[in-house]
Design a binder for this molecule. Structure first.
Ligand code: SME
Length: 164
């Protein structure tokens, strides 16, 4: 796999996701290191969509998320499961889409520019192992298309790193 990302020159976000998913798989192929793969996935999503912030928090202790590889502005280091959108996704074990972060009770404002957010948890054998967090500087920037594709990305990570 070359280290160049190939993106459609124009296209719907569905088409962009469809173009990057096989490239994410190719980049991960044969790479056993979780952090290396998370770092490249964050880079690919950032380059493809220019999201304000995209990255991972990993479960570091029961009920506690710790910052992992990301692209974007400086971020909060640790997030308890009972705080923020990331905590909600980790605790509820379900993808969270927040159209307006200011309307989400307990949202953690790492960046004042964030307006909407999607967080997808990786749940393996009933436990949240990590979350993929994507923040946008636009309101209502995420929908079921993002959910479907980002859940596929997380599922690739689960298959390669947890389902063994
Ligand atoms: N806004 C998130 C915190 C993480 S940062 O956005 C990078 C939350 O409420 O969980």
């Amino acid at each position: 796999m070359s280290e160049t990302l190939h993106l459609p020159e124009s296209g719907t976000k569905q088409e962009v996701y469809a173009a990057i998913l096989p490239q994410i798989e190719a980049v991960m192929a044969g790479v056993d290191d979780l952090v290396a793969n998370l770092a490249n996935i964050a880079a690919i999503l950032k380059q493809a969509f220019d999201f304000h912030w995209v990255g991972f928090y990993r479960t570091a202790a029961p009920g506690l998320l710790m910052l992992g590889p990301f692209q974007g502005p400086l971020a909060c280091v640790s997030i308890p499961f009972d705080k923020g959108v990331c905590g909600a996704a980790a605790r509820l074990k379900e993808t969270q889409i927040v159209d307006d972060v200011e309307a989400f009770p307990g949202h953690i404002a790492c960046s004042s520019l964030s307006r909407s957010e999607i967080v997808v948890p990786l749940v393996h054998q009933g436990e949240t192992k990590l979350v993929l967090d994507v923040d946008s500087d636009k309101l209502r920037d995420f929908d079921s298309i993002d959910r479907d594709w980002l859940e596929r990305v997380v599922s690739l990570i689960e298959t390669q790193h947890f389902a063994r």
